[in-house]
Design a protein around this ligand. Structure first.
Ligand SMILES: [Zn+2]
Length: 427
């Protein structure tokens, strides 16, 4: 784009962001990271009987706060709307189950947890992770607001409260004498718009010598590897270590260690403690990562503003590929129905004109339609039945696992398409 075009775009964005405030520090938001337009909620799969009804679309306009560098979207949906019937059951992903098991083994050793310890998981889903502590006779409590997934955990015998976590519930637990040695939360920090109550709640609840581990997709990787499709309404925040550390510090918590993980295209696992508990020193890992983030500019506004054009170019390349494939008479099927797929498909305007159907292992989704694009979802066997020329993998973060599972498409010359970081065909 020319500088005049960029100026014009900035002016459009300013009109649309009038009056928005940072959900953490309250400063006025002025800087757009990207504006992906209007989208339905990415987990609101449409049952066939509602195929002709109206769907609600909300903006996905990402901004960065120039006071605290928290990258965020506006709150258009309440957590109640997101979580009442959550379609994501963690136990349907073998890779994620493996990740949970490895984490449990590591943390039990590192913190020397035993039968006298107490572990609380925030957003414990269907008990996919806590079951590992449970098997080691370590007392647990899962906190999970989505009743339908919590029910599965409870049926497995895993102590689970169907509640939203925040200062109020933390105080209730503390009053009952429950102070966990470990509080963990995977991919939940971004999903709670009242982040001050959530982090403040962990401060209230944590035992004096306790540790918090939190995993979240890393903004650095999102930007470097062009993972714009991980932006959706259920993710209010996109954290760097810098912005997460700011929020924790404000609530009397200190991040003392950090690890990089492969999950969700590249995540961070941060370890936090009470700021007053200086028995756990801040590791070199923390200092190194903060330096790396500063070097690419995550501690200033300029680095964020170049991102929007990169996303637009990615869209143009994806459409170029699909248009050519259809002109050549090829058939394209999707694989997976993850939240991120819905952002990608809706942003690019890809419907059944390009992708005939998609498949997913989760039976909850079978027979439903993808939100917005109304691409139908079938069980995975559909691929072998219809023999598409291309299988377009929407959960690209699991591409190795999926390509291995589906290697039979080679029998009819089928090829895999991975859209992110840039569209690429694998045979
Ligand atoms: Zn802020």
């Amino acid at each position: 784009m020319t500088s005049a075009q960029i100026q014009k775009q900035k002016a459009f964005n300013e009109v649309k962001s009038e009056g928005r405030k940072c959900l953490f520090c309250g400063a006025g938001l002025k800087h757009t990271v990207t504006d992906l337009g209007m989208h339905p909620l990415c987990e609101s799969f449409v049952p066939p009987e509602k195929a002709n009804d109206m769907e609600a679309f909300y903006p996905l306009h990402v901004m960065v706060c120039d006071n605290c560098y928290l990258v965020q979207i506006d709150e258009y949906v309440t957590p109640e709307e997101i979580f009442t019937e959550y379609a994501y059951f963690s136990s349907f992903s073998p890779a994620w189950l493996r990740h949970a098991k490895e984490y449990t083994e590591m943390i039990i050793k590192r913190l020397q947890l035993n039968e006298d310890s107490f572990v609380v998981e925030l957003a414990s889903n269907d008990g996919y992770l806590l079951q590992n502590f449970f098997e080691n006779n370590i007392p647990v409590l899962g906190v999970e607001p989505a009743a339908n997934v919590a029910r599965v955990a409870i049926e497995k015998g895993i102590n689970t409260a169907v509640r939203f976590f925040g200062k109020e519930y933390a105080q209730e637990l503390k009053n009952e004498g429950k102070q966990p040695d470990l509080i963990l939360g995977n991919n939940v920090l971004a999903q709670v718009p009242d982040i001050n109550s959530f982090v403040g709640g962990m401060k209230i609840l944590l035992a004096p010598e306790g540790t918090i581990t939190i995993e979240f997709p890393h903004l650095l990787r999102l930007m470097e590897e062009n993972q714009f499709d991980t932006i959706y309404h259920e993710h209010f925040f996109y954290f760097s270590l810098l912005s997460a550390a700011n929020i924790f510090a404000e609530h009397g918590l200190t991040i003392y260690d950090v690890e990089e993980l492969w999950t969700h295209g590249g995540s961070l696992r941060v370890y936090a403690r009470h700021t007053e508990n200086e028995s756990l020193p801040i590791t070199q890992n923390v200092l190194n990562m903060q330096a790396r983030e500063k070097k690419v500019g995550l501690g200033s506004v300029a680095a964020y503003s170049a991102y929007d054009e990169k996303i637009r170019e990615t869209k143009r390349k994806i459409l170029e590929f699909l248009i050519q494939a259809k002109r050549d008479g090829k058939t394209v099927a999707g694989y997976g129905a993850p939240g991120k797929g819905n952002t990608l498909l809706n942003y690019c305007g890809i419907r059944t004109d390009f992708i005939d159907y998609t498949v997913d292992r989760n039976p909850y989704k079978h027979g439903r339609l993808l939100p917005g694009t109304h691409i139908p979802i079938f069980p995975p066997e559909k691929i072998a039945e219809t023999k598409p020329d291309y299988v377009f993998i929407l959960p690209w973060n699991l591409k190795d696992e999926i390509m291995k599972q589906l290697d039979y498409i080679q029998e009819w010359g089928g090829q895999f398409v991975i859209p992110i970081p840039e569209i690429r065909v694998y045979s």
